[in-house]
Design a protein. Structure first.
Length: 255
């Protein structure tokens, strides 16, 4: 009997995950499917409530439902607890289990594409949602001591500061240029830069001359942020590798 896995998000049509998992299922001759489902924020509770009887063996969760997935998972591992967000779900003995593979995927992508990326800070993280939590977890794990979080709602950024400790500072998006001064690593964790979803108002000359700029958005592959960084002579890494690396643990859980 074919096993079914899902991806939920709002939006979800941009995701390349169905292509990735479909390729892997076909390549390895696995009887299964991976289905993208658009779930609005108002409906996410109902989705999780009905999940046990849906026929799915588990799935992925993308923006903006990762924190809701954490709340609904009955069993969570240590990484999910540290991050406070879940992007991978599966069932064990009828219980919904959750972990977060975004931190792993983020670090693996930069290890592969920009070796030495973790040799020094400061780091600037744009956004304060579930993906931001995973990135901060990865940065702290790699020894970053100055992590600056800039978000439209500074209160959300302060929540991260409270959760992750004194290595994290909270700032409003309106002070982005000031906060960016001397940063050696910039990570966009918001949907800004996704097709038709605005731009990030960052002046590249504020960054350290050897700065690395990366974006978890991968549609388009070169976001306006990455293009600006490239034209300024800075190193860039797109978000597609993070997607690939974070996807692998799910395949093992479901299939």
């Amino acid at each position: 009997m074919a096993k079914r896995a899902f991806l939920i998000g709002d939006p979800v049509s941009h995701s390349r995950s169905p292509l990735i998992h479909g390729h892997w299922l076909s390549k390895h001759g696995i009887a299964g499917s991976y289905e993208a489902i658009h779930v609005k924020q108002a409906d996410v509770g109902a989705f999780f409530s009905s999940l046990a009887h849906s026929g799915f063996v588990g799935g992925n969760v993308t923006v903006p439902h990762k924190e809701a997935a954490y709340a609904h998972a009955v069993v969570k591992d240590g990484i999910a607890d540290e991050i406070g967000a879940v992007n991978t779900l599966w069932f064990e003995e009828g219980k919904l289990c959750g972990t977060n593979t975004d931190s792993y995927g983020f670090a693996q992508n930069l290890d592969e594409r920009a070796p030495g990326w973790d040799s020094g800070g400061p780091a600037l993280v744009i956004g304060a949602g579930g993906a931001s939590r995973a990135v901060i977890h990865a940065l702290k794990s790699r020894g970053f001591a100055d992590i600056r979080v800039a978000n439209r709602s500074v209160e959300r950024a302060r929540d991260l500061q409270s959760g992750f400790g004194p290595k994290v500072s909270a700032h409003g998006l309106e002070s982005l240029d000031e906060v960016a001064q001397g940063a050696r690593l910039v990570v966009n964790t918001t949907s800004l830069g996704m097709e038709g979803d605005g731009k990030i108002p960052l002046t590249m000359s504020r960054l350290h001359h050897s700065a690395l700029v990366t974006d978890i958005v991968y549609v388009p592959l070169e976001t306006p942020l990455l293009k600006s960084a490239r034209l300024a002579g800075l190193r860039t890494v797109d978000g597609l590798g993070m997607l690939l690396h974070q996807a692998r643990p799910g395949v093992e859980k479901w299939f």
